[in-house]
Design a protein. Structure first.
Length: 127
């Protein structure tokens, strides 16, 4: 008896404040985020699109949707991972992001993988 198809993708996020691209007095404040997507399931899947919800400290929200990530639609076989870095400007020195990726499995089934919410925070510096 064969195992049923299992879609399992783990998402990990690391963030960084990009001081040299930010205006520390008035904004915008620029953040980079690096995301690793790991296929821990048993079915090959392709990332086809993304949906982001980005909020600043005043809870002003913008949504971003589009095909793939950083211009590609990676195909991940079981055990493979894909990592990319992108960026986000905010009008405040802190905010948050969350969203989802849409995938299509090798069997043609589409499914969504949530991206857990993560914080974007400018580090405080002492003078």
């Amino acid at each position: 008896m064969s195992k049923p198809p299992q879609y399992q993708l783990n998402i990990t996020v690391q963030t960084a404040f990009i001081e040299e691209q930010s205006n520390l007095n008035h904004g915008p404040y620029f953040f980079a985020y690096t995301i690793e997507i790991e296929n821990t399931g048993n079915v090959t899947a392709q990332l086809i699109s993304r949906h982001w919800i980005i909020s600043d400290a005043f809870d002003q929200t913008q949504e971003v949707q589009g095909p793939g990530v950083v211009g590609v639609q990676p195909i991940l076989k079981p055990g493979e991972s894909f990592e990319y870095t992108s960026g986000c400007p905010l009008s405040t020195p802190m905010g948050k992001m969350r969203g989802s990726y849409q995938f299509i499995g090798e069997d043609g089934e589409t499914f969504e993988v949530p991206i857990p919410e993560f914080d974007l925070v400018m580090p405080r510096t002492l003078h």
